[in-house]
Write a protein that binds this ligand. Sequence first.
Ligand code: SF4
Length: 260
Amino acid sequence: MGNVKLPFGRTQVSADEISELVRVNRASQLLHESGKTDSEDQIRSFIQTVPDLLGWLEQHGREFPWRYTTDPWRVYVSEILLQRTRGDAVAGIYDEFFSQFPDPETLNRADEKDIHDAVSSLGFGNQRTRTLQEVAELCHCEYGGDVPKDLEALKQSWRVGPYSARACLLFACAEPYALVDANVARVIGRVLDYEMPTQPHKSKTVYELMECLVPDDPEIARAFNLAFLDLGALICTPDEPQCPSCPLEDCCAFAATRLG
Ligand code: SF4
């Protein structure tokens, strides 16, 4: 991949440029189908705030070690370690894990107990060990020691879902995919007053909506996704959203109802 600015990608961008890189019509149509009458205005208002959102990321984004690499092995495995786990906990084992298992081959021939010991502090030790073993075997035996660059192949191992596979392609291969997890779904649901299904990460419509909104540029897509992830974790939290500190406040439907 080309030279992506790490850790956040490109964060300096104008609203006009974003407009050219987003599928406004299809996003508006999807919102309209969910019952919104002013859907295009909502999308355009959101686009106006994206430069502030990316600027916020540059200042407040979390500087985890996996955000400083585009090495596919490190990115892919980090996403597996992050499943149902706090970033701080994964950051605590990151250096030691990758010095012990620097590539698929090393992990593929490692003892199960050593893998388990390396990840047990994160919880779900048995499940995670099995997934890591399957991932190492996939890369080592089927892809010549490389991480596959194909969404379906990346999802092949046990408990590796669309989020981890997409994150790998986005962060390691600079493909402008949209990520959908609970944080992302909560933020966009509140901003657009879009009623999320119970499991947004399994909804084709939610993915399509986010795909329309993610700018079609690898560096900006990286920043856009990271901004949503971090905003959901730090500002737009489930119980106490801090709207006055939020870069999306001016376009956010939820904040508007709070202000009355
Ligand atoms: S303005 Fe408030 S509700 Fe809207 S995205 Fe920001 S923190 Fe969340």
